[in-house]
Design a protein around this ligand. Structure first.
Ligand code: MSP
Length: 732
């Protein structure tokens, strides 16, 4: 039976759509998964969504959906993204897309909770106890924050801000269950020490160890159901909801069968656990400290290891995130770049473990230099020459004795083992880096082969050799070496760029006849460690030569990207009405309509349009607008100079309001049923001052007052100021 390997990505919050950061972890996991399979392991790759908690509850409320509908909606988008980027099961990617709303998950979490709750800590105390929690909670992080993790507000009556999200924290003061994390410090340190590669890279391991050494505090692991209703109830105490991280982390074991027999039979907890967890460094603490401690308490073996990668950051060095609004849009990426170019860029550009700066220009540059001019050009020149000079069949690599001297004169190294040795050495280096998750180093090594073979061709000048009948064998040997090196590159690069590697392999004539009853010869099953020089058979007919990486016109594409990105934002502004039932459903914008049609007929082409409409959908989903949208609305302080009723319009008052301009504004307001005109005179109110003038009952209204709408009948209550403010002051 094959050895197994279990690999996970974090499960992503289902409150909003994925961006490059989320895609990145999936790409890395997909790449490791394919590699492990090539190496002969039975690899199981898990990704999915984290669907409980206050964030999803809030996003659902804003979008006018139930939390389950909200989760379903986002997940349907997630799975379209994974399919468009070739990461789903159908394309050889993940084995399960896990959802924490699956009933078998709830079953497993309850069992896990009970197991922990009935256990004793290493110091002999109960692992879970009931207490009272008092502190600050960041909803986007789904984490409680200590004093060094938030910035103090400028005004005393305001909540502090999360340092990561710059968002206001929620005050929590309620009864809560606690996990006695403080008793697990020594056991955790022992684990880290006995397994030096448990947390990688080393810098992260050191950080975690010093965090644990500085002393652990007990962890609140439940919220009152009355504050967070959307989640799994605490077993035997339904007034409490299990804290979202306890619920989410447990997915790694419930997904493969912990706590559910049917699932155990279908996948196999016994078979696959422990897992290697791939995470961003942002959530390392949850995986490297809390999770192993929970597992110890439940007497479940700790994970195989935790690998923390760096963050994609924006030009200002801030982590790319929804909350900060600085994400790279997957729709734009997918529209303009091939999936493999994106994969290549991500894996080549981010030195694993460190942060990476994303830029469209660098993506274009790398696509042009490394892919179009590098690997693509080497492939097409090699294959074109084989087709021209060798009747489209792999030539022989052997130079007969009597031709060796002649061959030497042409400048080629007649000893074939030189180039064979070079690629073997490169393969070993490549695998070493790959095993250490140093993808960018591994790719550098692969490209050293590209450069070496390119140079061999340029030095040997096959086009000259072709003119000399006595150099036939030399010409063949050069082309054989180039083609054989390409075959090796295909095997090595398959996990990183599956489609292109398979494409080159097919062009080399190695993919098997298309339409044959046997499945195509797939690179997925070729172990790079087993590669032997000379594996390419003489006489193999090459396939159709097609360009794999077309060159990109940088200037043209940059301006298209700019248009796409700005139109994405623009289209949304008008639709995003916070609090209203989703604008999307009631009145689709043109872009949105497109997305909806595409939804009905899933497919690759449609996927493009769906992804391109992502920005609009995303904003509508969250009910959020950009700051630039908000600043379009001009709000000013006004003073009511006069107010009078309008004949035959019992709801309207005609006001004259000074908003600091030369002349007062005439404004009609539907507040006559609730405000006596005289009482309004002298009141300072808030006015929308840049609305288009509008005629009502024969009077022009040159602005709008702001008022709260209270109760079922929507009683207006004017927004006003308790401190002295000058007329015309801008509200921001
Ligand atoms: N739901 C939790 C994870 C629970 S796992 C049991 C969560 N979700 S998340 O949607 O915020 O995803 C966080 C993960 O997404 C990161 O750890 C990382 O894998 C990926 N990324 C999100 N933004 C990223 C970047 N800017 N850069 C790189 N990866 C990023 O946390």
């Amino acid at each position: 039976m094959a050895k197994t390997f279990y690999l996970t990505t974090p499960i992503y919050y289902a409150n909003s759509f994925p961006h490059l950061g989320h895609l990145y972890t999936m790409i890395v996991a997909d790449c490791v998964h394919r590699y492990k399979e090539q190496r002969g392991l039975e690899s199981y790759f898990l990704t999915g969504t984290d669907e409980h908690g206050i964030n999803i509850e809030r996003a659902a409320e804003r979008a006018g959906r139930t939390p389950q509908e909200q989760a379903d909606y986002v997940v349907s988008y997630f799975t379209k993204v994974t399919s468009a980027f070739g990461l789903d099961t159908e394309h050889g990617g993940y084995d399960t897309f896990m959802r924490t709303t699956y009933p078998f998950h709830a079953e497993g979490v309850s069992k896990f909770w009970r197991q922990v709750a009935h256990s004793k800590t290493p110091k002999g105390r109960e692992a879970i106890y009931k207490g009272h929690y008092e502190g600050w909670f960041c909803a986007p992080c789904a984490a409680y924050k200590t004093e060094d993790e938030y910035s103090k507000p400028q005004q005393l009556d305001q909540p502090p801000l999360c340092l990561i999200h710059e968002a206001a924290l929620d005050r929590v003061s309620e009864e809560s269950y606690f996990f006695r994390l403080s008793d697990y410090g020594d056991a955790l340190l022992e684990l880290y020490e006995s397994r030096p590669d448990f947390i990688r890279p080393e810098a992260r391991r050191n950080e975690v160890m010093s965090f644990v050494r500085s002393g652990l505090q007990d962890l609140s692991v439940s919220r009152l159901r009355s504050s967070v209703g959307w989640g799994i109830p605490v077993p035997d105490d339904p007034a409490h909801t299990i804290y979202v991280w306890f619920d989410a982390l447990t997915n790694y074991i419930t997904a493969i069968g912990y706590g559910n027999e049917e699932r155990e039979r279908a996948v196999g907890f016994e078979k696959f656990w422990p897992a290697l967890h791939l995470v961003g460094k942002d959530i390392l603490r949850f995986h490297a400290v809390y999770w192993p401690a929970f597992l110890m308490a439940a007497s479940v073996e700790p994970p195989r290891g935790i690998i923390a990668h760096g963050m994609w950051v924006d030009q200002a060095g801030r982590k790319m995130s929804k909350t900060l609004g600085n994400t790279v849009e997957l729709g734009v990426l997918h529209k303009h770049f091939s999936v493999d170019a994106i994969r290549y860029f991500c894996l080549r550009e981010m030195v694993f473990g460190q942060d990476g700066r994303f830029g469209y220009e660098s993506l274009i540059d790398r696509t042009n230099s490394d892919l179009a001019s590098g690997l693509g050009n080497l492939t097409s020149r090699t294959l074109t020459m084989i087709s021209r000079y060798c009747e489209g069949k792999s030539p022989s690599g052997l130079i007969p004795e009597e031709r060796l001297l002649l061959a030497k004169r042409s400048g080629i190294d007649t000893d074939e083992t030189t180039i064979a040795g070079f690629v073997e050495h490169a393969r070993d280096d490549f695998l070493l880096h790959f095993e250490n998750y140093a993808f960018s180093r591994a790719l550098e090594v692969a490209w050293s082969v590209v450069a070496r073979v390119d140079k061999m061709i340029s030095d040997a000048k096959p086009w000259d050799l072709a003119k000399d009948g006595n150099q036939r064998e030399t010409l063949s040997a050069v082309l054989y070496r180039a083609a054989e090196s390409l075959r090796w590159l295909c095997v090595l690069l398959y996990p990183l760029m599956p489609e292109s590697a398979q494409g080159i392999y097919d062009q080399l004539g190695l993919g098997g006849a298309s339409g044959s009853p046997n499945a195509k010869n797939s690179l997925a099953a070729i172990d790079p460690a087993e590669l032997r020089w000379g594996g390419l058979q003489e006489g193999t007919r090459i396939g159709e030569v097609k360009p794999l990486f077309p060159r990109i016109d940088k200037g043209k594409l940059m301006s298209e990207i700019k248009t796409d990105r700005s139109s994405g934002t623009h289209a949304t502004a008008a639709d995003a009405v916070p609090g209203a039932p989703t604008a999307v459903e009631t009145q689709p914008s043109p872009a949105m309509k497109h997305a909806t049609e595409a939804d009905a007929v899933p497919g690759r082409a449609e996927m493009l349009s769906t992804l391109n409409a992502k920005r609009e959908e995303e904003l509508a989903i969250e009910g959020l607008i950009d700051i630039t949208d908000f600043t379009k609305v001009e709000l000013r302080v006004g003073e009511v100079l006069s107010a009078e009723r309008i004949p035959k319009a019992d709801k309207l008052l005609l006001l004259s309001v000074d908003i600091g301009e030369e002349k007062p504004r005439q404004i009609l307001a539907g507040i006559a049923l609730h405000y006596e005109p005289d009482k309004l005179i002298g009141r300072k109110i808030a006015v929308v001052s840049n609305l288009k003038p509008r005629k009502m009952r024969g009077y022009e209204s040159q602005g709008m007052l702001l008022a709260a709408s209270v109760g079922e009948e929507g009683k207006p209550v004017l927004a006003t100021f308790t401190e002295d403010v000058p007329n015309g002051a801008r509200l921001k």
